[in-house]
Design a protein around this ligand. Structure first.
Ligand SMILES: Nc1nc2c(ncn2[C@@H]2O[C@H](COP(=O)(O)OP(=O)(O)OP(=O)(O)O)[C@@H](O)[C@H]2O)c(=O)[nH]1
Ligand SMILES: [Mg+2]
Length: 304
């Protein structure tokens, strides 16, 4: 009996904001690596997640949603998505099925589709959020989408309900060019813990605050003192929350510090869950005037 050949490759997930890219990455890995909120433009950088099985390894890259840029930050986000696309062996375009149901939109109007339609790599379509459609609606939609573009494969799924997600892995297998794993098969990510900590704080800001505040906020871990492993004391994490204006600082902190206290408690719970150890989380707010438009600041925050 011949043994099945191992295959591996890099797959980039692209789509408009809120399509469900990060939810899909997490569903594929069975672990929450990428932050998810109801608000668009949650993800700002590439997030790499490594799926490994006996037969294959797929290094998925979650990317920021493609939108019309309004700030230099947006240019950097789109740039991150473009870069991830260029590196990929295959591309998964993901759409929110509800937006395309009943002919409400055409694929040609999708900003992410426009960016990847002529890519040299194989392009697959993930039709997400099928839990929001009736069966007959879905059948009609899939038929229509297959006529709008010649995708290598169209995979209907629900990332949130974890329906049909493994079908996407199967559909990608023919497009994985490597015959050996690209990363160790027992790791899910290569990003440092610091990165996930700052993302979890950002996620809570997206959940707890409204209007411009989440969009004007960046989070940086300034100190990460790991001591739990060595002497049993809680790790100490000091995190700067950066906003664009004094007025936003006041909103973030809230009356008598109530808002930031709530933020700290919510973030700490998730961070402890992620790190699987107790932490002491200290948050402080800094103003960096209009950082979203400032090349130097953007570079400092890791946007190229
Ligand atoms: N009903 C339903 N909701 C979903 C599904 N997948 C994702 N969502 C929801 O859609 C919203 C956006 O999900 P994200 O995963 O953050 O979307 P994204 O594409 O990463 O968004 P950005 O990072 O902002 O570009 C969240 O409220 C998710 O819970 C799904 O299969 N069904
Ligand atoms: Mg996202």
């Amino acid at each position: 009996m011949t043994e099945k050949k191992f295959s591996a490759g890099l797959v980039t997930i692209v789509g408009e904001p809120n399509a469900g890219k990060s939810t899909l990455l997490n569903a594929l890995l069975g672990e929450k690596l990428s932050i998810v909120t109801r608000k668009p433009q949650t993800t700002r950088k590439q997030i790499l997640g490594i799926y490994s099985s006996d037969e294959c390894q797929i290094v998925f890259i979650d990317t920021p949603g493609i939108m019309q840029p309004k700030y230099k930050l947006h240019d950097a986000m789109i740039n991150a998505a473009d870069k991830a696309r260029d590196d990929a062996d295959a591309i998964v375009l993901i759409i929110d099925a509800a937006h395309y149901n009943a002919k409400r939109r055409l694929l040609a109007d999708n900003l992410a589709f426009q960016r990847v339609a002529s890519s040299k790599q194989p392009l697959l379509l993930a039709v997400n959020k099928i839990d929001t459609l009736k069966q007959n609606e879905l059948i009609l939609l899939l038929d229509r989408l297959s006529k709008e573009f010649d995708f290598k494969e169209i995979v209907p799924l629900s990332a949130l309900k974890n329906r049909n997600v493994m079908e996407l892995v199967n559909a990608l297998k023919p497009y994985l060019p490597n015959d050996a794993p690209l990363y160790p098969t027992d790791i899910l990510s290569i990003a440092p813990e610091k990165f996930f900590v700052s993302e979890l704080v950002r996620e809570k800001i997206f959940t707890l605050y409204s209007d411009e505040v989440p969009y004007s906020t960046e989070v940086e871990v300034e100190e990460f003192k790991e001591q739990f492993e060595t002497d049993g004391r809680k790790d100490v994490i000091r995190c700067a929350v950066i906003v664009e204006r004094e007025s936003q600082k006041a909103i973030l902190i809230g009356k008598g510090g109530a808002a930031i206290k709530k933020l700290g408690e919510a973030a700490r719970a998730d961070i402890e869950d992620f790190l699987q150890r107790p932490v002491y989380l200290e948050l402080f707010v800094k103003v960096r005037q209009d950082w979203r438009e400032n090349d130097g600041q953007l570079k400092n925050f890791g946007y190229k």
